[in-house]
Design a protein around this ligand. Structure first.
Ligand SMILES: [Zn+2]
Length: 98
């Protein structure tokens, strides 16, 4: 676990891969510490989110996309990573019941 703690200061490297499902991140088997993600996911992703780490769960904003109705935590994304729609200004505070 020490190795992971040392890496928390480092920005995670994300490699575009169109074969990865949107809004998903797969560890890159050939490059330890890197992830594969769909190019749209990378554009939509708020890059700082990986650095913020533990604070995330406290500010969870679960949100249903009005266009494709996928539920995502909008704090991760600049726009919907599935259909590329912008988030509406108002947040619906739907807690995911998964
Ligand atoms: Zn959407």
């Amino acid at each position: 676990m020490n190795e992971w703690e040392n890496k928390q200061e480092t920005k995670v490297h994300i490699v575009p891969d169109p074969t990865v499902s949107r809004a998903k991140f797969k560890p890159d088997p050939t490059r330890p510490g890197s992830y594969l993600a769909h190019p749209i996911s990378i554009r939509a992703l708020k890059k700082d989110i990986f650095v913020m780490g533990e604070h995330l769960s406290e500010t969870e904003e679960v949100h249903t996309c009005p266009s494709c109705h996928v539920v995502e935590d909008r704090q991760f994304w600049h726009f919907c990573p599935h259909c590329e729609s912008s988030w509406p200004k108002q947040t619906t505070h739907n807690k995911a019941s998964v």
